[in-house]
Design a protein around this ligand. Structure first.
Ligand code: IVH
Length: 654
């Protein structure tokens, strides 16, 4: 077990901190499963730093309050170059002729957190709170893969750093929430904060947070005599330290660093809102000291906000590919950091009510990254403002709209609604799905309006003649589109499943389905219970899959896609399919002849998964002598219970 822990820790560090994995995800998962199984049989040998501790513990009652070792202060801001120069002048006036240098770091847009280590283990994690007392979020912090649970340092120490969510993780989370009919998060910062502060650590674990350390303290004081050295030391201890940092020997270099990253800002995988400059020498830091709220040895250079105020001229509704209606604000065009913005998403009715937006109001609009701009608040509310009401009919096909219980979204259920069709085709063709380059909004619009495409299978019946009859389509573009369509026939199965647009089945679920069952025809005909044997697939998703494949129109579509030569099978990672494929087994007690390891190997050989604990997802429990709590749990949940003889019979039948 110790060996497995060391191996897993090594691979996690390579993957999450160094971004340079040495093994495949499947190899990593196999090691993790082995450790989980060993810990289930030998719970007494489990250690607090075990990589399995990251999967989240039991929900908590509320957070305990813990005091910080020294105040977690905030920073004074410099809003432009002039204010940055003023700061530098004050530093120079104080230090006289002494040489000094700055460490420039990116100002990550997340939330700060202190992590305490003792005896080589992560002991506690505390949010900033009011700066002197924060909330103890240790269980949640343990699920952050880039935060080491174990370090090569016995003595007590503390790191302070930022908990962030990458743009990618944020977009994936919101996509999933949108599909699940849950309110979406406004930005990665909010969703990182929301994820760290949920009471159920399994939720935090699913959210993929990151931690980047920027202070190394002992007894609340800097651990080394130079800030730069302490960043290197943190990195050597296994912490993720932002590599985008630089020593600046004067304010000119500092300004160059700030400006350089302002232009590169959008291409970073995470959001930043500025640069933090710190005096490198801890001795100089001590002498410069603090004002009431912030250190005199550091400053935050804040980039201009990517927001502006403008008037909501109207609110329209757009129909998405799942039929969900999204209200969109039509804005008086306004320039936000160089881009003209005329539309902003309002997400759903609840969001409009929450913000209290009426047509005519002046609102604040925020633009970040490539995502659609959004309205964040009402600045002045118009006295004669017109309240928005969701239409009762679909604005495109006039079908009656439905609000599904437990969902925020209102939906048009007409699968042939042209608006839905256009969006479905765009989704199918988009990058990351079937990746049909050139098949963008404008082309899809024409193809649907001209009746050339009534579903995604029609794409593969497009010919040179049909395409060349379209506007702005020369012989060259037509050739390119046909080539790209042809190339898309070879996309792997998970992409196709995602492309079908089944409710609740996005990129991740499609990948899981393909990895677990390996065959579209199997998925199309499988019973719901069987679908649920896959990781993360619950009753809602399995019901949506069944519903999709019970519609004859969809079945016909699938046949046409098959005829078009698309890939319907996928190599299952790890074990081949066997009679126990998709089943989760639990072994408990002592069996008359088989050793537990052998029984496990035999079940896995037959395609089954062996888990250490009984849950609703357990298919069968094999109970031997002196089976304890697992057997009780199985009885309580109504899970099938068999003995060794029956297990052997079932294995023989294969
Ligand atoms: S130093 C007393 N370094 O910005 C020093 N802060 O406005 C305080 N932040 O609360 C923090 N990246 O949440 C520091 N590289 C960085 C940072 C950073 C982001 C956040 C942090 C802090 C706020 C200060």
């Amino acid at each position: 077990m110790a060996d497995l822990r060391t191996q897993l820790q090594y691979h996690e560090h390579r993957y999450y901190v160094l971004d340079s994995p040495e093994v495949s995800d499947a190899q990593y998962d196999a090691l993790m499963r082995e450790l989980v199984a060993l810990e289930a049989t030998h719970p007494e040998l489990r250690t607090p730093d075990s990589p399995t501790a990251r999967v989240g513990g039991a929900p908590r009652e509320g957070f305990a309050k813990l005091a910080h070792s020294s105040p977690m202060l905030s920073l004074d801001n410099a809003l432009n170059e002039g204010e940055l120069r003023d700061f530098d002048r004050r530093v120079r006036e104080f230090l006289g002729d002494e040489p000094y240098r700055y460490v420039a770091e990116l100002k990550l847009d997340g939330l700060s957190m202190a992590a305490h280590y003792a005896g080589g283990f992560l002991e506690s994690a505390i949010t900033r709170g009011d700066g002197s007392v924060g909330e103890e979020v240790t269980a949640n912090a343990r699920t952050i893969r880039s935060l080491p649970l174990r370090v090569e340092r016995e003595n007590r120490f503390e790191t302070r750093g930022e908990v962030i969510m990458t743009r990618h993780a944020f977009e994936r989370l919101n996509e999933q929430r949108e599909q699940d009919g849950l309110p979406v998060y406004a930005n990665p910062r909010n969703s990182a904060a929301g994820s760290l502060r949920v009471l159920d650590p399994t939720l935090t674990a699913a959210r993929q947070l990151d931690y980047m350390a920027y202070f190394y303290l002992v007894d609340g004081q800097p651990a080394m005599d130079s800030h730069w050295k302490s960043l290197d030391a943190l990195s050597a201890l296994g912490f993720k330290v932002n590599g985008e940092r630089r020593i600046c020997k004067d304010v000119e270099e500092l300004i160059a660093f700030c400006n350089g990253f302002e232009t590169r800002r959008e291409s970073l995988p995470y959001e930043i809102d500025g640069v933090v400059a710190k005096i490198d020498s801890i001795d100089q830091q001590r002498r410069l000291g603090y004002t009431a709220r912030a250190p005199r040895w550091a400053i935050a250079y804040k980039y201009a906000a990517r927001e502006a105020d403008t008037v909501v001229e109207d609110i329209l509704v757009q129909v998405g590919r799942t039929g969900a209606l999204t209200p969109v604000a039509v804005l008086r065009p306004v320039s936000i950091s160089g881009v003209m913005v005329a539309r902003a998403t309002l997400h759903n009715e609840e969001e409009i009510a929450r913000l209290g937006i009426k047509i005519g109001d002046t609102v604040r609009v925020e633009r970040s990254g490539d995502v659609i701009p959004k309205v964040t608040s009402v600045v002045t509310s118009a006295p004669d403002g017109k309240a928005f009401a969701m239409p009762v009919e679909c604005p495109v096909c006039a079908s009656v709209l439905v609000k599904i219980e437990g969902e925020v979204a209102v939906r048009c259920l007409n699968v042939n609604c042209p608006a839905r069709l256009k969006q479905s085709v765009e989704h199918f063709a988009s990058r990351g799905v079937m990746d049909i380059d050139g098949m963008g909004e404008a082309l899809v619009e024409q193809l649907v309006d001209k009746g050339l495409v009534k579903n995604v299978a029609d794409l593969y019946d497009l010919t040179r003649e049909k395409l060349e009859g379209l506007e702005r389509m020369g012989a060259k573009s037509a050739t390119r589109i046909l080539e790209n369509l042809d190339a898309s026939r070879r996309r792997p199965l998970p992409r196709l499943i995602n492309g079908l647009g089944i409710s609740f089945v996005g990129e991740r679920t499609a990948q899981i389905l393909a990895d677990t069952f390996g065959d579209l025809d199997a998925i199309a005909t499988m019973a719901e219970e069987r679908l649920q044997s896959a990781e993360e697939i619950g009753p809602k998703v399995s019901a949506a899959i069944r519903l999709y494949f019970s519609d004859p129109r969809n079945l016909e579509l699938i046949e046409r896609l098959r005829a078009a030569g698309l890939r319907f099978t996928h190599e299952i990672k790890g074990k081949p399919m066997g009679p126990f494929a998709g089943q989760t087994w639990v072994l408990t007690g002592t069996m008359p002849t088989l050793k537990r390891e052998d029984a496990k190997a035999m079940i896995e050989e037959a395609g089954g998964k062996v888990s250490g604990s009984v849950s609703k997802k357990t298919s069968v429990v094999v109970a031997g002598d002196e089976a304890g709590s697992k057997l009780d749990k199985a009885r309580e949940l109504g899970v099938e219970i068999i003995d060794e003889a029956e297990l052997l019979r079932r294995l023989e039948k294969q």
